[in-house]
Design a protein around this ligand. Structure first.
Ligand code: FAD
Length: 262
């Protein structure tokens, strides 16, 4: 397999960097090719602005989606964005790795998504009409590829449990797993989340590294999260509401968009 790890931590000596190295070594030992986009080390520009669209006249009003579409179609996106898109085309597996900061990914990684996920590449793909609402949520440019998150959190696992004060981790990560990975077509694997990491000692590091190696070894066989496909018959078009008969069982919120286990 060809694996791209997009890594967001500012400190080369961090726990995240050590875990990234564990993941890379495990993947390479299993015979996979690996590329890493180390966003801080690359000096990644996080904010979308006029400079992202060099072909757009300086005085023109910036409409981001329209400019993105035009630049993608005309191959005039900036070189840093095009290089990341090429890596995504190359990879059959994408891993996003980051520390949980304010319940989500660090801004630099969100900025990678904002800039690399161009109109025509990650969104606006396929027919958009009253009969069909695009190739997305299970279809799209990344269909057939796998993706997963590697996340560290200061909070305890219980804090992120069903009744934990932070809210369930699957809910917190839903906008990334469903909205950023499943949306352009990735098959999404369950995340690898390490909790209470600020108190890590050698023993816990070794335990976590071992579990991470196992996840890397089983990337191709791990069952994915069973997100419902937008065009798989579960949603009403064009309102994109889940069909009423599929809401049985009292499930609410984000979990509605996962097919219940048989
Ligand atoms: P580091 O600080 O690099 O290391 C953590 C611990 O691991 C240290 O004790 C270190 O000694 C040990 N360690 C590092 N490397 C090794 C190694 N190779 N071997 C053995 N031990 C090692 N947490 C939440 O749960 N929810 C939040 O919303 C949240 N928001 C945050 C927002 C901000 C802005 C910040 C700064 C932190 C936030 N946190 C939050 C905490 C954050 O998630 C953790 O601090 C982070 O995940 C730790 O990862 P790190 O790579 O930075 O760890």
């Amino acid at each position: 397999m060809k694996v791209l790890i997009v890594f967001a931590h500012p400190e080369p000596g961090s726990l995240n960097a050590a875990l990234r190295d564990v993941a890379v070594a495990a993947l390479q030992e299993a015979g996979h090719e690996v590329q890493v986009s180390d966003l801080y080390a690359m000096g990644w520009k996080a904010a979308v602005d006029h400079a992202d669209f060099p072909a757009l006249a300086a005085q023109s009003r910036l409409k981001v989606a329209a400019a993105s579409h035009e630049a993608f179609t005309q191959d005039s996106l900036t070189a840093d964005v095009k290089a990341e898109q090429d890596k995504l085309r190359w990879a059959d597996t994408l891993i996003l790795q980051f520390p949980l900061w304010w319940y989500t990914m660090p801004a630099i990684l969100k900025g990678w998504v904002d800039r690399v996920y161009a109109y025509g590449f990650a969104y606006g793909v396929g027919e958009h009409s009253d009969r069909y609402w695009g190739n997305r949520f299970g279809e799209g440019t990344m269909a057939g590829k796998r993706a997963m998150l590697i996340v560290t959190a200061g909070g305890w696992a219980e804090h992120y449990g069903e009744r934990g004060v932070n809210g369930p981790i699957d809910d917190l990560l839903f906008p990334i797993n469903h909205g950023i990975l499943f949306y352009p077509g990735y098959t999404v694997l369950p995340p690898f989340v390490s909790y209470r990491v600020d108190r890590f000692d050698e023993a816990r590091f070794n335990q976590t590294a071992q579990a991470l190696r196992e996840r890397m070894r089983t990337l191709e066989t791990t069952p994915p999260i069973a997100f419902r496909r937008q065009n798989g018959g579960d949603y009403v078009i064009p309102t994109l509401e889940l069909k009423p008969d599929l809401e049985a069982g009292g499930t609410q919120g984000f979990a509605l968009h996962v097919t219940p286990a048989a």
